[in-house]
Design a protein around this ligand. Sequence first.
Ligand SMILES: Nc1ncnc2c1ncn2[C@@H]1O[C@H](COP(=O)(O)OP(=O)(O)OP(=O)(O)O)[C@@H](O)[C@H]1O
Length: 245
Amino acid sequence: MLECTIKMIEVNNLVLYGKNGTIRLKIPELKFHSPGITALVGHNGAGKSSLLKLAAGLEKSSHGSILYDQKDIFIHYEDLKEKIHLLSWGLELYRNLSAKDHLDLFRSICKNWNKDIELELLKDLSIPTHKKVEKMSRGEQVRLRILLSLPRSPKVILIDEVTNDLDTDSRRAIFKKLDSYSFDTGAQVVVATNMIEDIERYASDIILLKKGEVILQSSLDSIKEQHNTSFEEIVRIYERKGSVL
Ligand SMILES: Nc1ncnc2c1ncn2[C@@H]1O[C@H](COP(=O)(O)OP(=O)(O)OP(=O)(O)O)[C@@H](O)[C@H]1O
């Protein structure tokens, strides 16, 4: 029922060139599913970050388009930036401000700030409210980023590997929140990660990239049913085949 009304990110005939005309991404067609968490998987250099940057409107494709609700995301960046949030290490918090300072600031500038979600996250993610960002651990910073994102009711959340070097408890707390947020609101959540444990536990869909091409897109359940082996082994099989599906 929810799925009929969900607006989605869609890729059409996308090509992104790198230096000297090398291909960073070549994706004829791709739709991100929701609700649920989609894991974007692939070796270093496969194109995960490039795809997320394009989906956030921070980079322009060389050919083709990437759309949200039928709108070209790069062209309509200003309209869409409150709907599509990218969490990556490059996009920093203010080092001299605490979580409380950030919250005061974001509440004052964000029109649709949802106070209930803020309070729920403050309780469940145990974020230190008075510590300055420069004194926070990486895990605390990632949790703060989630705290500053979800109350703005994003429709798409893109996470570029920021969860990978967190401890198990922090990752679990974050993935649980993202999963319930996605199912409650229909938002799309796409996480670039190679952490098999997180994918098996939390992802409902997987997109596997190899050298800029999508070699597998599937729901996790159907691919596991089809192969009857561990997810790690399935990734190995497709990486070896390397064919575009
Ligand atoms: N700004 C850029 N300009 C040109 N080429 C780039 C740029 N950023 C990345 N690339 C190249 O694009 C390809 C894909 O890189 P990308 O960072 O998207 O992969 P990734 O799957 O996210 O890798 P990692 O897991 O190492 O972060 C690589 O060959 C990389 O060298």
